[in-house]
Design a protein around this ligand. Structure first.
Ligand code: GLN
Length: 198
């Protein structure tokens, strides 16, 4: 049975733990390297990416996580977690660091003030019925390299066509929050990636 950690320095940790528990994996919170060492995969939650990056430094987790990602540890980031996994940020704060790993450029708070938070149904690659997606001051993916598979795009409205879910090898990220609400299917896709990894 696989152990999946949730980075627990800031953000909606509990929602992810609950979702993973429901899928029958061992879900643990990660605040120290010994906890990271026990993980076969890592979830990086939604929250505030600038704060999360700073706290990951403070907790001495930043480089150890980077190291594990380079070694191929599967990871799944939602919203702020997507920003953490992106190689490049637009509209980040001047000194904002990311863990990186996904060869994408994300734009923070991309949907603008008027549509700060919203919900919608999205077709999601690998799932046969649409996902109900909740966006909260969400980023979108501005650009992807050809190593990145697009899993979902915004369906309608001004932001139609914007990329909001991606995968590259065993790394996955969504602009929205599949941990909120009761639909475990996106997390199951990640758990499958963790099971397939060595
Ligand atoms: N706007 C936040 C950030 O830049 C992300 C918001 C979220 O995770 N819901 O980190």
């Amino acid at each position: 049975n696989r152990t999946v950690g949730v980075l627990a320095v800031q953000g909606d940790v509990r929602e992810h733990v609950r979702m993973l528990d429901g899928l029958g994996v061992r879900a643990v919170t990660v605040r120290r390297t010994s906890e990271l060492d026990a993980c076969d995969g890592l979830v990086i939650p939604g929250g505030e990416s600038t704060t999360m990056a700073k706290l990951a430094r403070t907790f001495d987790l930043f480089e150890p996580i980077r190291h594990r990602l380079k070694e191929g540890m599967p990871a799944f980031g939602t919203c702020a977690g997507m920003i953490m996994l992106a190689d490049r940020i637009e509209d980040g704060t001047a000194d904002q660091e990311t863990l990186g790993g996904l060869d994408i450029t994300v734009r923070r708070n991309a949907f603008g003030r008027q549509v700060d938070s919203f919900e919608g149904d999205l077709a999601f690659s690998g799932l046969d019925a649409p996902v109900h997606a909740i966006f909260i001051r969400a980023p979108w993916v501005e650009a992807v390299s050809d190593r990145v598979e697009v899993l979902a795009r915004v369906d309608g409205g001004e932001a139609a066509g914007r990329i909001v879910a991606v995968r590259q090898g065993s790394l996955m990220a969504t602009s929205f929050h599949p941990e909120v609400g009761g639909d475990p299917r996106v997390h199951r896709l990640f758990v499958d990636l963790v099971s397939e990894a060595e």
